[in-house]
Design a binder for this molecule. Sequence first.
Ligand code: GDP
Ligand code: MN
Length: 382
Amino acid sequence: MKIYEYQAKEILRKSGIRIPIGKMAKTAKSAAKVAEKLNKKVVVKAQVHSGGRGKAGGIKLAENPQASQDTAAQILQMRIGGLKVKSVLVEEALNISHEYYLSFALDRHAGKTIVMASAEGGVEIEEVAAHSPGKIYKFHLDPAYGLMDFQMRRTCEKLGLEHRMAKEFSEFMKRLYRTYTENDCVLAEINPLVLTAEGNFLAADAKMDLDENALFRHPDFLELREASEDDPIEVEAHKKKIPYVRLEGSIGILGNGAGLVMTTLDMVSREGGKPANFLDVGGGSNWETVKNSLEIVLSDKKVKGVFINIFGGISRCDEVAKGILEADKALNIKIPVVIRLSGTNEEEGRALLAASRFASASTMEDGAKKIVELIEGIGKKV
Ligand code: GDP
Ligand code: MN
């Protein structure tokens, strides 16, 4: 679960990590008020779950309240990484003397936390990673010992930090690691970790990803979650209590049972297609749920075709077919749809769909192949 920079910074502040003074604002007017209170030069920062805001023009300095109002108005109209900017963070501008990078992240392959640190932090960190990976110091933590003193000393050495600076950086590291573990993070990334002209280390940016499976341990994070959901289709689906996860591809998927849906995603991928979503209509769902689910899948404009894969156990195939037809009545579906119905009342279901324009498939493999072919066919025509 990703959270916004302003939310992450609040967590850091509570853990004793220094952050710039500031406040989130949802309108240009209230952004100006924050700037007025701070009474100094500020930085206005777009709040979106996307990196590269700086490069996209979503981070701007403003000299006075009027300028911050104008800047905020402009940033609040932006989209960054496809996401609409709905709020900004207005903070005191920092006197940056150097930008470092520091992160703790779960390395799933190693089954351990990986620590990464660099003296070349800032907006070019991806460039540094790609072209001079040697400038990023990486190491894993032993889960039994956590972050050890010698590891912090070595990090400081690699980053060229000595004496008081090394001591302070280590203290920052220790606190960030504690925050990372205490909050069940899968990522806590500070880039840039700024050394100010005054000689202090501050978290100028904060990216945090919380482990959803540990949410039960942090009831107060549910609030963060509501404020954080930003995919409008996922929000709509969750309101209707439909388990839906948006993916990057073009083939809409609808199935019943999480296992079947995941297998369907794999099958489509194996045939060379790219799934657009995960959607589980659940067992024993009625036609209305099927209709609503199909509407959710089709509201993603990237979807060029849909594969409906139903195994009728408790679910009845005729009920599913009715839902598909009702969705078609309401939406007049123009893209290819492949349907595989198997199990309880499959004959009745197929009979209902016989007159429709939709293709039917006898097996999951067959269905996956068909939908990929149909979509490629469209690609060739264009
Ligand atoms: P990101 O691009 O989404 O990672 O956003 P960041 O918060 O990291 O900001 C990008 C860049 O903006 C930083 O690397 C800094 O160079 C600059 N920046 C951010 N905050 C400040 C600030 O308070 N003062 C100044 N002068 N520059 C800032
Ligand atoms: Mn950053």
